[in-house]
Design a binder for this molecule. Structure first.
Ligand code: FBP
Length: 333
Protein backbone atom coordinates (compact mmCIF):
# COMPACT_ATOMS: atom_id res chain seq x y z
CA UNK A 1 0.00 0.00 0.00
CA UNK A 2 1.38 3.42 -0.92
CA UNK A 3 0.33 6.38 1.18
CA UNK A 4 2.99 8.89 0.29
CA UNK A 5 1.10 10.04 -2.78
CA UNK A 6 -2.08 10.77 -0.84
CA UNK A 7 -2.88 14.08 0.79
CA UNK A 8 -4.35 13.80 4.29
CA UNK A 9 -7.52 15.69 5.23
CA UNK A 10 -5.67 18.11 7.55
CA UNK A 11 -3.07 18.82 4.84
CA UNK A 12 -5.84 19.39 2.30
CA UNK A 13 -7.74 21.80 4.55
CA UNK A 14 -4.61 23.79 5.39
CA UNK A 15 -3.71 24.05 1.69
CA UNK A 16 -7.24 25.28 0.91
CA UNK A 17 -7.02 27.88 3.66
CA UNK A 18 -3.69 29.15 2.36
CA UNK A 19 -5.47 30.04 -0.90
CA UNK A 20 -7.55 32.61 0.99
CA UNK A 21 -5.62 35.47 2.51
CA UNK A 22 -8.41 36.34 4.97
CA UNK A 23 -8.91 32.75 6.21
CA UNK A 24 -9.44 32.59 9.96
CA UNK A 25 -8.69 28.91 10.49
CA UNK A 26 -12.30 28.38 11.57
CA UNK A 27 -13.14 25.96 8.76
CA UNK A 28 -10.06 23.93 9.46
CA UNK A 29 -11.06 23.57 13.08
CA UNK A 30 -14.70 22.82 12.22
CA UNK A 31 -13.86 20.11 9.70
CA UNK A 32 -11.27 18.54 11.97
CA UNK A 33 -13.80 18.18 14.79
CA UNK A 34 -16.45 16.76 12.46
CA UNK A 35 -13.95 14.33 10.93
CA UNK A 36 -12.93 13.19 14.40
CA UNK A 37 -16.60 12.62 15.31
CA UNK A 38 -17.07 10.47 12.22
CA UNK A 39 -13.99 8.41 13.05
CA UNK A 40 -15.46 7.62 16.47
CA UNK A 41 -18.74 6.60 14.83
CA UNK A 42 -16.89 4.60 12.16
CA UNK A 43 -15.11 2.60 14.86
CA UNK A 44 -18.42 1.93 16.61
CA UNK A 45 -20.06 0.83 13.33
CA UNK A 46 -17.21 -1.58 12.60
CA UNK A 47 -17.38 -3.09 16.09
CA UNK A 48 -21.15 -2.94 16.62
CA UNK A 49 -21.67 -6.68 16.27
CA UNK A 50 -18.82 -7.49 18.70
CA UNK A 51 -19.73 -4.79 21.22
CA UNK A 52 -23.42 -5.78 21.55
CA UNK A 53 -24.40 -2.51 19.92
CA UNK A 54 -26.84 -3.96 17.40
CA UNK A 55 -30.60 -3.80 17.91
CA UNK A 56 -33.04 -1.25 19.25
CA UNK A 57 -32.97 0.61 22.57
CA UNK A 58 -36.71 0.24 23.02
CA UNK A 59 -37.22 4.02 22.76
CA UNK A 60 -38.55 6.22 19.97
CA UNK A 61 -37.25 9.61 18.77
CA UNK A 62 -39.39 12.73 18.29
CA UNK A 63 -40.24 11.54 14.79
CA UNK A 64 -41.73 8.33 16.20
CA UNK A 65 -38.92 6.17 14.80
CA UNK A 66 -37.47 3.27 16.74
CA UNK A 67 -34.07 4.32 18.18
CA UNK A 68 -31.25 1.86 17.55
CA UNK A 69 -28.42 1.42 20.05
CA UNK A 70 -25.98 2.72 17.46
CA UNK A 71 -28.18 5.82 16.86
CA UNK A 72 -27.98 6.62 20.54
CA UNK A 73 -24.24 5.99 20.80
CA UNK A 74 -23.43 7.96 17.64
CA UNK A 75 -25.59 10.87 18.74
CA UNK A 76 -23.84 11.09 22.11
CA UNK A 77 -20.37 10.60 20.65
CA UNK A 78 -20.81 13.08 17.82
CA UNK A 79 -22.49 15.68 20.01
CA UNK A 80 -19.74 15.40 22.56
CA UNK A 81 -16.86 15.58 20.04
CA UNK A 82 -18.19 18.53 18.04
CA UNK A 83 -19.55 20.17 21.20
CA UNK A 84 -16.17 20.03 22.96
CA UNK A 85 -14.43 21.57 19.94
CA UNK A 86 -15.67 25.02 20.94
CA UNK A 87 -16.58 25.78 17.33
CA UNK A 88 -20.32 25.42 17.72
CA UNK A 89 -22.84 27.42 19.65
CA UNK A 90 -25.66 24.95 19.19
CA UNK A 91 -26.52 21.64 17.62
CA UNK A 92 -29.55 20.11 15.93
CA UNK A 93 -29.52 16.33 15.81
CA UNK A 94 -32.06 13.96 14.34
CA UNK A 95 -32.06 12.15 17.66
CA UNK A 96 -32.71 15.20 19.88
CA UNK A 97 -36.19 16.69 20.24
CA UNK A 98 -34.94 20.26 20.43
CA UNK A 99 -31.89 22.35 19.81
CA UNK A 100 -28.94 21.50 22.05
CA UNK A 101 -26.47 24.07 23.38
CA UNK A 102 -22.99 22.78 22.61
CA UNK A 103 -21.12 21.58 25.68
CA UNK A 104 -18.29 24.08 25.41
CA UNK A 105 -19.91 26.32 22.84
CA UNK A 106 -20.00 29.82 24.21
CA UNK A 107 -21.28 33.18 23.15
CA UNK A 108 -18.07 33.49 21.15
CA UNK A 109 -18.76 30.41 18.96
CA UNK A 110 -19.63 31.55 15.46
CA UNK A 111 -21.20 28.43 13.98
CA UNK A 112 -24.05 25.97 14.44
CA UNK A 113 -24.33 22.42 13.10
CA UNK A 114 -27.23 20.17 12.11
CA UNK A 115 -26.55 16.47 11.72
CA UNK A 116 -27.99 13.01 11.38
CA UNK A 117 -25.60 10.82 13.39
CA UNK A 118 -26.66 7.54 11.78
CA UNK A 119 -28.55 7.76 8.53
CA UNK A 120 -30.10 4.50 7.36
CA UNK A 121 -30.74 3.09 10.84
CA UNK A 122 -32.94 0.30 9.49
CA UNK A 123 -29.85 -1.13 7.79
CA UNK A 124 -27.64 -1.23 10.89
CA UNK A 125 -28.45 -4.79 11.91
CA UNK A 126 -27.95 -6.10 8.37
CA UNK A 127 -24.38 -4.84 7.91
CA UNK A 128 -25.47 -2.60 5.03
CA UNK A 129 -23.85 0.80 4.39
CA UNK A 130 -25.04 3.64 6.65
CA UNK A 131 -23.80 7.18 7.15
CA UNK A 132 -23.58 10.50 8.97
CA UNK A 133 -24.74 13.76 7.34
CA UNK A 134 -23.99 17.34 8.47
CA UNK A 135 -24.57 20.96 7.52
CA UNK A 136 -22.83 23.96 9.16
CA UNK A 137 -24.15 27.53 9.29
CA UNK A 138 -22.70 30.76 10.60
CA UNK A 139 -24.81 31.84 13.55
CA UNK A 140 -27.19 34.77 13.13
CA UNK A 141 -28.41 35.16 16.67
CA UNK A 142 -26.74 37.34 19.22
CA UNK A 143 -26.56 36.43 22.86
CA UNK A 144 -25.17 33.52 24.81
CA UNK A 145 -27.34 30.59 23.75
CA UNK A 146 -28.44 30.96 20.14
CA UNK A 147 -31.87 30.05 18.82
CA UNK A 148 -33.70 28.42 15.92
CA UNK A 149 -33.10 31.37 13.59
CA UNK A 150 -29.49 30.17 13.32
CA UNK A 151 -30.82 27.12 11.46
CA UNK A 152 -33.58 28.84 9.49
CA UNK A 153 -31.39 30.51 6.87
CA UNK A 154 -31.79 28.33 3.77
CA UNK A 155 -29.33 25.71 2.57
CA UNK A 156 -27.35 28.10 0.39
CA UNK A 157 -26.04 29.70 3.56
CA UNK A 158 -24.25 26.50 4.62
CA UNK A 159 -20.55 27.20 5.06
CA UNK A 160 -19.75 23.49 5.00
CA UNK A 161 -21.76 20.36 4.35
CA UNK A 162 -20.98 16.72 3.86
CA UNK A 163 -21.37 13.13 4.88
CA UNK A 164 -19.53 10.03 5.87
CA UNK A 165 -20.51 6.71 4.40
CA UNK A 166 -19.64 3.66 6.49
CA UNK A 167 -19.50 1.10 3.70
CA UNK A 168 -16.90 -1.33 2.42
CA UNK A 169 -14.59 1.53 3.41
CA UNK A 170 -15.35 4.71 5.37
CA UNK A 171 -15.46 7.81 3.19
CA UNK A 172 -15.75 11.47 4.18
CA UNK A 173 -17.12 13.71 1.43
CA UNK A 174 -17.55 17.43 1.95
CA UNK A 175 -17.74 20.86 0.40
CA UNK A 176 -17.08 24.32 1.74
CA UNK A 177 -18.53 25.90 -1.39
CA UNK A 178 -15.47 25.30 -3.51
CA UNK A 179 -16.19 21.94 -5.14
CA UNK A 180 -16.59 18.52 -3.59
CA UNK A 181 -13.78 16.29 -2.40
CA UNK A 182 -13.85 12.72 -1.09
CA UNK A 183 -11.49 11.13 1.42
CA UNK A 184 -11.11 7.48 2.42
CA UNK A 185 -10.29 6.52 6.00
CA UNK A 186 -7.10 4.54 6.38
CA UNK A 187 -7.76 3.06 9.79
CA UNK A 188 -4.16 1.85 10.10
CA UNK A 189 -2.94 5.44 10.37
CA UNK A 190 -6.23 6.95 11.54
CA UNK A 191 -6.34 9.53 8.76
CA UNK A 192 -8.69 10.40 5.94
CA UNK A 193 -6.74 10.44 2.65
CA UNK A 194 -7.81 12.33 -0.47
CA UNK A 195 -8.95 9.63 -2.90
CA UNK A 196 -11.69 11.44 -4.86
CA UNK A 197 -10.53 14.99 -5.67
CA UNK A 198 -12.92 17.47 -7.29
CA UNK A 199 -15.88 15.11 -7.63
CA UNK A 200 -18.24 15.93 -10.50
CA UNK A 201 -21.65 14.31 -10.86
CA UNK A 202 -22.23 12.97 -14.41
CA UNK A 203 -24.62 15.24 -16.34
CA UNK A 204 -26.88 12.28 -17.01
CA UNK A 205 -27.12 8.80 -15.52
CA UNK A 206 -28.97 5.57 -16.24
CA UNK A 207 -30.04 4.65 -12.71
CA UNK A 208 -33.07 5.58 -10.63
CA UNK A 209 -33.20 5.08 -6.90
CA UNK A 210 -36.35 5.09 -4.81
CA UNK A 211 -38.52 2.94 -2.57
CA UNK A 212 -40.81 1.69 -5.31
CA UNK A 213 -42.94 -0.08 -2.73
CA UNK A 214 -44.57 3.32 -2.25
CA UNK A 215 -45.63 3.51 -5.93
CA UNK A 216 -49.37 3.28 -5.26
CA UNK A 217 -49.15 6.29 -2.93
CA UNK A 218 -47.32 8.61 -5.36
CA UNK A 219 -48.76 11.44 -7.45
CA UNK A 220 -49.61 10.79 -11.12
CA UNK A 221 -46.53 12.81 -12.21
CA UNK A 222 -44.07 10.76 -10.16
CA UNK A 223 -45.69 7.49 -11.30
CA UNK A 224 -45.48 8.60 -14.95
CA UNK A 225 -41.80 9.51 -14.53
CA UNK A 226 -40.88 6.11 -13.09
CA UNK A 227 -43.01 4.32 -15.72
CA UNK A 228 -41.11 6.25 -18.41
CA UNK A 229 -37.71 5.27 -16.96
CA UNK A 230 -38.69 1.60 -17.01
CA UNK A 231 -39.91 1.43 -20.59
CA UNK A 232 -37.89 0.81 -23.77
CA UNK A 233 -37.78 3.83 -26.09
CA UNK A 234 -36.37 4.02 -29.62
CA UNK A 235 -35.76 7.72 -28.98
CA UNK A 236 -33.61 7.26 -25.89
CA UNK A 237 -31.05 4.42 -25.80
CA UNK A 238 -30.41 5.07 -22.09
CA UNK A 239 -33.85 3.54 -21.39
CA UNK A 240 -34.85 1.49 -19.58
CA UNK A 241 -32.85 2.69 -16.59
CA UNK A 242 -31.49 0.34 -13.96
CA UNK A 243 -32.82 0.50 -10.40
CA UNK A 244 -30.66 0.65 -7.26
CA UNK A 245 -31.98 1.28 -3.75
CA UNK A 246 -30.02 0.68 -0.59
CA UNK A 247 -32.48 2.39 1.76
CA UNK A 248 -29.71 4.48 3.35
CA UNK A 249 -29.87 7.96 1.86
CA UNK A 250 -26.12 8.49 2.22
CA UNK A 251 -25.28 5.30 0.34
CA UNK A 252 -27.86 5.95 -2.37
CA UNK A 253 -26.64 9.54 -2.77
CA UNK A 254 -22.98 8.52 -2.80
CA UNK A 255 -23.62 6.12 -5.68
CA UNK A 256 -25.65 8.76 -7.52
CA UNK A 257 -22.85 11.32 -7.04
CA UNK A 258 -20.25 8.96 -8.50
CA UNK A 259 -22.27 7.25 -11.23
CA UNK A 260 -25.08 9.68 -12.04
CA UNK A 261 -28.84 9.17 -12.17
CA UNK A 262 -31.56 10.27 -9.79
CA UNK A 263 -32.58 9.53 -6.19
CA UNK A 264 -36.12 10.38 -5.19
CA UNK A 265 -38.16 10.30 -2.02
CA UNK A 266 -41.37 12.04 -3.08
CA UNK A 267 -44.28 13.11 -0.93
CA UNK A 268 -46.97 10.43 -0.91
CA UNK A 269 -50.37 9.67 0.60
CA UNK A 270 -48.71 8.62 3.86
CA UNK A 271 -45.78 11.07 4.05
CA UNK A 272 -47.58 14.15 2.80
CA UNK A 273 -44.49 16.37 3.10
CA UNK A 274 -42.05 13.65 2.11
CA UNK A 275 -40.03 11.60 4.57
CA UNK A 276 -36.53 13.03 4.57
CA UNK A 277 -35.50 15.90 6.83
CA UNK A 278 -34.53 19.26 5.36
CA UNK A 279 -31.85 20.44 7.80
CA UNK A 280 -29.73 17.35 8.26
CA UNK A 281 -30.49 15.19 5.22
CA UNK A 282 -31.72 17.14 2.19
CA UNK A 283 -29.97 20.53 2.48
CA UNK A 284 -26.44 19.15 3.05
CA UNK A 285 -26.74 16.67 0.17
CA UNK A 286 -28.30 19.33 -2.09
CA UNK A 287 -25.30 21.56 -1.33
CA UNK A 288 -22.94 18.78 -2.43
CA UNK A 289 -25.06 17.95 -5.49
CA UNK A 290 -24.99 21.55 -6.74
CA UNK A 291 -21.29 21.91 -5.96
CA UNK A 292 -20.67 18.77 -8.05
CA UNK A 293 -22.73 20.04 -11.00
CA UNK A 294 -25.94 18.15 -10.16
CA UNK A 295 -29.20 19.46 -8.81
CA UNK A 296 -31.79 18.90 -6.09
CA UNK A 297 -35.41 20.02 -5.85
CA UNK A 298 -38.53 19.34 -3.82
CA UNK A 299 -40.40 19.04 -7.13
CA UNK A 300 -41.07 22.77 -7.31
CA UNK A 301 -38.05 24.64 -6.15
CA UNK A 302 -34.37 24.04 -5.44
CA UNK A 303 -33.85 22.45 -2.02
CA UNK A 304 -31.21 25.08 -1.26
CA UNK A 305 -33.83 27.85 -1.58
CA UNK A 306 -36.08 26.31 1.08
CA UNK A 307 -35.94 27.99 4.48
CA UNK A 308 -36.78 25.63 7.34
CA UNK A 309 -39.47 26.64 9.83
CA UNK A 310 -39.02 23.58 12.04
CA UNK A 311 -35.76 21.87 12.93
CA UNK A 312 -37.15 18.43 12.03
CA UNK A 313 -39.04 19.60 8.93
CA UNK A 314 -39.54 17.04 6.16
CA UNK A 315 -39.50 17.74 2.44
CA UNK A 316 -39.81 15.72 -0.78
CA UNK A 317 -36.40 15.15 -2.38
CA UNK A 318 -35.41 14.69 -6.03
CA UNK A 319 -31.62 14.78 -6.33
CA UNK A 320 -29.02 13.74 -8.84
CA UNK A 321 -27.66 14.42 -12.31
CA UNK A 322 -28.83 17.75 -13.74
CA UNK A 323 -30.44 16.18 -16.85
CA UNK A 324 -32.29 13.51 -14.85
CA UNK A 325 -33.69 16.03 -12.37
CA UNK A 326 -34.70 18.33 -15.25
CA UNK A 327 -36.55 15.45 -16.94
CA UNK A 328 -38.42 14.73 -13.73
CA UNK A 329 -39.48 18.41 -13.68
CA UNK A 330 -41.16 17.94 -17.08
CA UNK A 331 -43.26 15.09 -15.72
CA UNK A 332 -44.23 16.97 -12.58
CA UNK A 333 -45.32 19.98 -14.63
P1 FBP B 1 -32.69 7.67 9.39
O1 FBP B 1 -32.16 6.30 9.53
O2 FBP B 1 -31.69 8.69 9.81
O3 FBP B 1 -34.03 7.86 10.03
O4 FBP B 1 -32.84 7.99 7.81
C1 FBP B 1 -34.01 7.93 7.06
C2 FBP B 1 -33.88 6.95 5.95
O5 FBP B 1 -33.43 5.75 6.48
C3 FBP B 1 -32.98 7.35 4.77
O6 FBP B 1 -31.66 7.07 5.02
C4 FBP B 1 -33.49 6.50 3.64
O7 FBP B 1 -33.34 7.08 2.38
C5 FBP B 1 -34.92 6.36 3.96
O8 FBP B 1 -35.11 6.65 5.35
C6 FBP B 1 -35.41 4.98 3.68
O9 FBP B 1 -36.75 5.00 3.87
P2 FBP B 1 -37.71 3.81 3.44
O10 FBP B 1 -37.43 2.70 4.36
O11 FBP B 1 -39.06 4.41 3.61
O12 FBP B 1 -37.40 3.50 2.01
Amino acid sequence: MQHAAFVTLPEFIRAEERKHTNATGDLSSILSSIALGTKVVSRAVAQAGLASMLGATGGRNIQGEEVQKLDEFADLAFTSVVGRSGNFLSIVSEEQDSLVTAIEGSASSSYVIAFDPVDGSSNIDCNVAIGTIFGVYRRLSEGPTGDHTDFFQGGRKQVAAGYTVYGSSTMFVFSTGNGVNGFTLDSTIGEYLLTHPNLRMPLKGKTYSCNEGNYSRWSAGVKAFIDYLKAESPKDPSLPHGARYVGSLVADFHRTLLKGGIFLYPADNKNKSGKLRLLYECAPLAFLAEQAGGSATDGECPILDLVATDIHQRVPLFIGSADNVALLGEFLR
